[in-house]
Design a protein around this ligand. Sequence first.
Ligand SMILES: [Zn+2]
Length: 268
Amino acid sequence: MVTRADIGVIGGSGFYSLLDDAEELQLATPYGLPSDVVTIGRIGSRSVAFIPRHGRDHRFPPHRIPYRANLWALRSLGVRQVLAPSAVGSLKAEYGPGALVVPDQLVDRTSGRVQTYYDTDGAVHVSFADPYCPSGRAAAVKRAQEGGWQTVDGGTLVVIEGPRFSTRAESQWYAANGWSIVGMTGFPEAILARELALCYTSISLVTDHDAGVEAGQGVTHDEVLEFFARNVTRMRTLVSETVQSLPEERTCSCGSALDGLKLPFELP
Ligand SMILES: [Zn+2]
């Protein structure tokens, strides 16, 4: 394969125009097709592959996204660092719409999603104590602060199964545990990245308060999309700047996640 990329971005629409000399690739993987064609181009000196998580026409709901195919496709292009912008609900009154959270922990409340590549020919137990890349997180936090975002360095992302939103009681329970934000796509994306020894960084834009945090009817999907659309230009800038701030050589431990483990197949 001639076309390569160092950095992967899995996100919503609106990122294509960011890439110079963009080229589209239809990639097949052992796990089926990715969410859409992969767009490859450059941001500054960095080569970037972009996949719209839900497909360009938003045809995949969170529980149907081909997470394994997406991460596999990125790795097969040479990607070793992944940025994952997404929209989230806030569990804390002080983080309102427009806050930018770079979580350092995750709680999985999904059910029934395939969450591993290693489901045949023996068990592969990968450490997931710290699910996010420290280098990627530092780059995203620094750029968000410089960009004037209300930036939250750390916190816990609760990933729910969806596609429904939380009940008020669920939301209050998450908040009572001290968790920060709620989303539907951060898992299994994060663990699949780790299982491929990729760096993975969540860049979470708060679009609303979750149901239990404030009185009222809770959020609607239209409100989330409308808020995200209003902020997509700023998010593009933030992701673009973070891409250019990622280290050329990885010094984090993400790349050695599989050291000493016996894998049933070779990674791409
Ligand atoms: Zn890393």
